[in-house]
Ligand binder design. Structure first.
Ligand SMILES: COC(=O)COc1cccc(COC(=O)c2cn[nH]c2)c1
Length: 247
């Protein structure tokens, strides 16, 4: 997978060259290219923003630098068009499902904005030419889209085959499809068997895999009901019972 990011803060994306994503890039599974938007400005001050038409607070990112940047990046591909991902509070929610969909794409271009956002005509121009997704990582407003890019790239890259150590790990992800879909993960424990007077739930020491699976499902239900009740109506308890019978 090729990943391009266009930003006025390239140093903000440095973490993409370390840990999980860094290793995948080193192994050639990921081709990460960080671009400084100001490379496509031509004035003495490398201007990327201007005052908003219609007035109002803050500044808007000018269309010209984005247009030159995206034209050059898209032209550098060997024919196929990238999916352009625009982090924005007003986008569709970033979900595990979307992470899975994007992890199957050969090329993603992220366009994190600063200020009050990018001139709308840039989005219209590239939505006409590419598969463009406006995506929100949460219902809050950040100073820029760079942190959302780090979040989305990590969620996507860990799904790439061989990038996450144990391939089985993401079957049990929260929100992963299947009978445990839409449930939050339950609690996890490891050695020592007692820590500050706190032990381990007996069932986890029983070696009875059926009981352990049921306990984990019940704990996931309990935690989801407590923290994210809105996810429960999507769950189908009958599917869980069927799953237990299969064990
Ligand atoms: C067309 O899209 C744009 O112009 C982007 O506009 C903005 C405006 C303000 C802030 C941001 C950065 O993203 C977030 O704050 C964000 C993403 N997810 N949750 C919060 C982006």
């Amino acid at each position: 997978m090729r990943l391009d990011v266009v930003t006025i803060f390239p140093e903000y994306l440095a973490p993409l060259n370390v840990s999980l994503v860094g290793k995948a890039a080193a192994r050639g599974q990921l081709d990460v290219r960080i671009h400084d938007l100001r490379s496509w400005t031509h004035d003495r001050h490398n201007t990327v923003d201007d005052t908003p038409y219609g007035g109002g607070p803050g500044m808007v990112m000018k269309p010209e630098p984005w247009g030159e940047a995206l034209d050059e990046i898209i032209a550098s591909g060997d024919g196929d068009a990238p999916v352009i991902v625009v982090p924005t509070p007003s986008g569709r929610p970033f979900t595990q499902e979307l992470a899975v969909e994007l992890s199957a794409k050969p090329w993603l271009v992220f366009t994190p904005a600063r200020y009050e956002g990018i001139d709308r005509r840039v989005i219209e121009e590239y939505a006409d030419r590419c598969d463009l997704r406006e995506v929100s990582v949460g219902d809050y407003v950040l100073a820029g889209g760079e942190a959302p890019v780090l979040v989305m790239v990590e969620a996507i890259a860990r799904l790439l085959p061989g990038v996450l150590g144990n391939a089985a790990s993401h079957q049990d992800d929260s929100f992963a499809p299947g009978p445990m879909a839409n449930l939050l993960e339950g609690p996890v424990y490891t050695k020592p068997p007692e820590w500050r007077g706190r032990g381990i739930p007996e069932v986890l020491l029983s070696g009875h895999h059926g009981k352990i699976a049921r306990w984990r499902r019940d704990e996931a239900f309990r935690r989801t009901t407590a923290n994210r009740p809105e996810l429960i109506e999507g769950a189908d308890p009958a599917a869980y019972d069927k799953k237990d019978r299969e064990i």
